[in-house]
Write a protein that binds this ligand. Structure first.
Ligand SMILES: O=C(O)CCC(=O)C(=O)O
Length: 272
């Protein structure tokens, strides 16, 4: 791991549900991911959401689950130190990769990332589940870096997943539950914290925290790679309205139990 995690950083993650960690990933690894981004935009893989295919502006594009096939993403997940950061922040004895998620907003993209929690999209339960979102380009909050409702990971809420643009509407619609509050309609009523980032910075956050991002008002492509990590208390919980990317047929994980599936959810870090 390139960075030391202070007690303060760990406490902020625990109390706020989110913490920014500067300069986590080296430039050569970021450059590799930017190349992957360009390649994926030109030739999207299987697990894609795309608001404006082929366009160079006005496009919110995400693709996920690249680690088995794309060497640069595999190296990023398992060799950049993000797995250890996730495990140590969660207070876990190991961290397993659920999936990688490349998130791109082209310049002049109005689409916000809707306010949402991650956990309802995913076939897992557990408090030790988090993301390490690494900026691959500089971005201010106005250029679509992330915003969070501080402390909302402790709300005991489980809001219905929101579609990103028109994408994924079919499976998200199967979820029957309360909608996320309309944060944009009443921003002053919430404790919102946002982080401007430089390429290589990481934002670590709980899968239970409510978060979102504005559209990209800037002139540059915004690229981030988010890896999703499972700690000791994670249990397999496939449910209606969750991401079909990895389902019961794809894993040896058993409902209600820790997902000790080394092939599908490989260990990225273990406490020695
Ligand atoms: O990058 C974005 O716009 C959204 C990221 C996000 O919601 C996530 O990583 O969970």
């Amino acid at each position: 791991m390139n960075v030391a995690l202070s007690d303060q950083t760990i406490a902020t993650f625990r109390d706020d549900g989110v913490v920014k960690i500067p300069r986590v990933v080296e430039k050569d690894q970021i450059d590799e991911i930017l190349e992957v981004a360009t390649a994926q935009l030109a030739e999207p893989g299987t697990w894609v959401t795309d608001t404006n295919p082929g366009a160079s502006t006005g496009r919110l594009f995400t693709t996920r689950y690249l680690w088995p096939d794309v060497g640069a993403v595999n190296r990023f997940a398992f060799e950049s130190g993000v797995a250890e950061i996730a495990g140590r922040l969660m207070g876990a004895t190991s961290s397993r990769l659920y999936f990688d998620h490349l998130l791109i907003k082209e310049p002049e993209t109005a689409n916000p990332t809707p306010w949402h929690q991650d956990i309802p999209y995913w076939p897992f339960l557990g408090k030790q589940i988090c993301s390490i979102w690494v900026a691959c380009s500089d971005a201010t909050v106005e250029e679509s870096s992330l915003e969070f409702l501080r402390g909302s990971h402790l709300w005991d809420a489980y809001y219905a997943p929101e579609a990103f643009g028109d994408s994924a509407k079919e499976w998200v619609a199967d979820f029957d539950g309360e909608r996320c509050p309309d944060v944009e309609a009443a921003r002053d009523e919430f404790d919102i914290v946002g982080f401007d980032v430089e390429a290589g910075d990481a934002i670590a956050f709980s899968s239970w925290i409510v978060h979102g991002a504005r559209g990209n008002a800037g002139p540059n492509r915004r690229v981030a790679l988010s890896t999703r990590w499972l700690g000791d208390d994670s249990t397999w919980y496939p449910h209606p309205g969750c991401d079909p990317m990895v389902g019961d047929a794809d894993t040896t994980a058993v409902a209600g139990e820790y997902p000790a599936d080394d092939e599908r959810f490989p260990v990225g870090w273990r406490l020695e």
